[in-house]
Design a protein around this ligand. Structure first.
Ligand SMILES: [Zn+2]
Length: 303
C-alpha cells in the first residue's frame, strides 16, 4: 500500500472534530467525577484528584483502542486508523507496540503533564513568597511556542493538500491518520456483529453525553430549592467547585491564622485580604475554583 495511492486525505474539519471529541469527553468525565465524589462525604478526599482519575481512565481507554484498532478512541469513532510510514520507502507499516507507546506519550501523558505544570504555574504566580519567580516565565513561553507550532501545523494541514500531518509529533514520528479501508471496516463489522459491545462502542459518546446532560439536570433540580426562582432560571450550570481541603491557613500564602480574612462571593473560599486582592486584580478569578471574580466580589469576614 503506497502513501500517495491511498484514500483521500481526511478533511481538516473531521480532524478538528475528532480532536475536540476527547476534550468534551474529558470535561464530561471530570464533571461526573466531581459531582459523584462531592456527593458522598467519604469520597470527598479523592475529589481533588479529578485530573489523576481522568489520566488513568484515558490511559486505559486509549490503550484499549490502540491495541484493538490502532487508533485513539476518538479516531475510531470517526472510523479512522493509524499507520506508521516508513522513513525509507514511504510505505505504510503496521502500528507496532513501540508506535502505540509513543502515541500514548503524546496523546495522554504529555497533555496531563502540561495541565499539571500549568496549574502549578498558576498557583506559584500568585504566591508572594515564591523565590524563583523570574524563572516562571519559561512556562507560558514554552506553552506559547508549543501552541504556535501546533497552529502552524493545523494551518498547513488546512491549506496544503498533500500535507498529511495534523500535529507536530505525527510528522516527527511519520505517523499517518487515515480512513479505514473497506477491508478493515468489513472485518470490524464481522467482529462486532450481533454483539451489544459493538453497539455500545459505537454509540457510547452519545450515551455519555446524555448521561452528562441528565446529571446537569438532576443536580440543578436539587439546587433550585435553595435559590430564588429568578436566579436559577437561565443560569448556566458550571462544574461544581471541589470542596475546600481542611484548611490550615490562607490558600495563597499558607499563613495561619489568616490575616484580615476575606471570602470570595463567587466561590466561598477565604484568604488574607492582601493576598486575594493582589491575586484577583491580576487574574480576575478565584485561585482555587477558577471562577471569574472581581474586586467587588471580595467580602470582609468578621469573626
Ligand atoms: Zn495569605
Amino acid at each position: 500500500m503506497e502513501l500517495s495511492g491511498g484514500a483521500p486525505k481526511i478533511s481538516f474539519f473531521e480532524m478538528v472534530a475528532s480532536d475536540s471529541l476527547s476534550s468534551y469527553f474529558e470535561g464530561g468525565f471530570k464533571y461526573i467525577y466531581q459531582v459523584f465524589t462531592n456527593h458522598y462525604d467519604r469520597l470527598v478526599p479523592i475529589s481533588y484528584y479529578s485530573d489523576e482519575a481522568y489520566f488513568i481512565f484515558d490511559m486505559l481507554l486509549q490503550s484499549y483502542y490502540l491495541h484493538k484498532n490502532s487508533s485513539s478512541y476518538a479516531e475510531n469513532f470517526f472510523s479512522f486508523t493509524r499507520s506508521a510510514v516508513s522513513f525509507t520507502n514511504n510505505r505504510l507499516k503496521q502500528y507496532s507496540t513501540k508506535h502505540k507507546v509513543i502515541t500514548l506519550f503524546f496523546e495522554v501523558i504529555l497533555p496531563y503533564l502540561r495541565l499539571k505544570v500549568h496549574k502549578w504555574y498558576l498557583s506559584k504566580k500568585g504566591d508572594a513568597n515564591f523565590q524563583y519567580k523570574k524563572y516562571l516565565k519559561i512556562i507560558p513561553l514554552t506553552n506559547g511556542l508549543y501552541a504556535f507550532i501546533d497552529f502552524l501545523y493545523k494551518l498547513k494541514y488546512l491549506l496544503q493538500q498533500d500535507f498529511k500531518f495534523f500535529k507536530p509529533y505525527l510528522h516527527l514520528c511519520n505517523f499517518l491518520i487515515r480512513r479505514k479501508n473497506m477491508f478493515e471496516l468489513r472485518t470490524e463489522e464481522e467482529k462486532y456483529s450481533n454483539k451489544v459491545v459493538g453497539v455500545l462502542s459505537k454509540y457510547n459518546v452519545f450515551i455519555m453525553f446524555i448521561f452528562i446532560k441528565y446529571c446537569q439536570w438532576y443536580f440543578s433540580q436539587g439546587n433550585s430549592g435553595s435559590q430564588s426562582s429568578s436566579q436559577s432560571q437561565g443560569e448556566e450550570i458550571c462544574e461544581p467547585p471541589p470542596r475546600a481541603k481542611p484548611s490550615k491557613g490562607c490558600p495563597l500564602c499558607q499563613k495561619s491564622p489568616i490575616e484580615n480574612p476575606c471570602a470570595l462571593e463567587t466561590s466561598g473560599y477565604v484568604f488574607c485580604f492582601v493576598c486575594i486582592q493582589d491575586y484577583v486584580e491580576k487574574n480576575q478569578r478565584c485561585p482555587i475554583t477558577g471562577t471569574r471574580t472581581f474586586d467587588s466580589n471580595i467580602r470582609k469576614i468578621y469573626k
